[in-house]
Design a protein around this ligand. Structure first.
Ligand code: AMP
Length: 279
């Protein structure tokens, strides 16, 4: 694997087409590596990046102590057969033009108001610099991939945005760099989050969706989670569900022992099971 540390060099490098790009903030786990593996299987060349983007962290968030494990990350990427690793210069996020994303004022955008703007500004820079045929994202960050897909479409950027499945720990907890802040035991316990989503997905096919939210929030609070949100929205545009909603997104963000954890599940609503009271 070739490591490139300069924007100028990545811009002029000749990749063999079609090539896929996997942006990350490092501290890699199997969730990230599944994206690299997809790139390897489906494209001629794969490029990963590691950059802890300061623009996407709020003032009180964990930028300064975000886990940094570069040599282990390089080892994992090499083992997965990744062709290139791009590690941008420290000033990579400076002097970028502000971009206002759509779909950013709901779900995670409520408690993290500038987060998606910061993500989009960096992804835009990456895409213009590297010009990949595809850029790969995990569905764990559902809102993120939706916002980027929308932006790329609006701007007619010629990169396919590919969204790939959530990789989970044995307990069901979605893999995340932030899971490292939790003990082994806590990570097992936090499997409850996904169990709730699975139960909700099942119930949403037979019970009125309006009736499901409060009991689940109560349950999670009693189980020791602090709730940021639990929302049922249209998976296509994150709008409130209506009788026309075909794809339901159930998305959750909680804190467990101060660690912020997000997860989601998408449910195809069959006609007979459309039971939203609104719309
Ligand atoms: P991050 O390093 O957190 O910015 O994540 C980089 C990419 O990996 C994003 O596209 C994430 O959605 C994706 N990702 C993170 N965790 C997972 C996971 N558990 N399963 C699938 N993709 C993931």
């Amino acid at each position: 694997m070739k490591v490139i540390r300069s924007s100028k060099e990545i811009k002029t490098n000749k990749f063999s087409k079609p090539f896929a790009f996997v942006p990350t903030m490092g501290n890699l786990h199997q969730g990230h590596l599944s994206l690299v593996e997809y790139a390897k299987e489906n494209y001629s060349e794969s490029i990963a990046s590691i950059f802890i983007n300061p623009l996407q962290f709020g003032k009180n968030e964990d930028l300064s102590n975000y886990p940094k494990t570069l040599s282990e990350d390089i080892r994992l990427l090499e083992n997965s057969g990744c062709d290139y690793l791009f590690i941008p210069e420290a000033n990579f996020a400076e002097n970028l033009e502000e971009i206002k994303p759509r779909f950013a004022d709901v779900l995670c955008g409520v408690s993290r108001p500038k987060h998606f703007q910061g993500v989009l500004m960096i992804i835009d820079k990456f895409l213009r610099l590297i010009k990949p045929d595809a850029c790969l994202f995990g569905l764990k960050d559902y809102q993120q991939q939706l916002i980027i897909k929308d932006y790329v479409k609006q701007k007619q950027i010629k990169t396919d945005i590919i969204s790939l499945p959530i990789i989970r720990e044995k307990s069901g907890l979605a893999m995340s760099s932030r899971n490292n802040y939790l003990s082994e035991e806590d990570r097992k316990y936090c499997g409850k989050i996904f169990s709730c989503l699975q139960d909700l997905a099942k119930s949403s096919e037979t019970s009125p969706i309006d009736s499901l939210k409060i009991p689940t929030i109560d349950y999670l609070i009693r189980a020791g989670f602090k709730i940021d949100y639990l929302e049922f929205v249209d998976a296509n545009d994150l709008s409130p569900i209506t009788k026309k909603t075909k794809k339901l997104l159930i998305a959750v963000a909680v804190k467990y022992k101060k660690v912020r954890l997000i997860d989601n599940i998408v449910v195809s609503l069959k006609k007979s099971h459309l039971n939203a009271s609104s719309g």
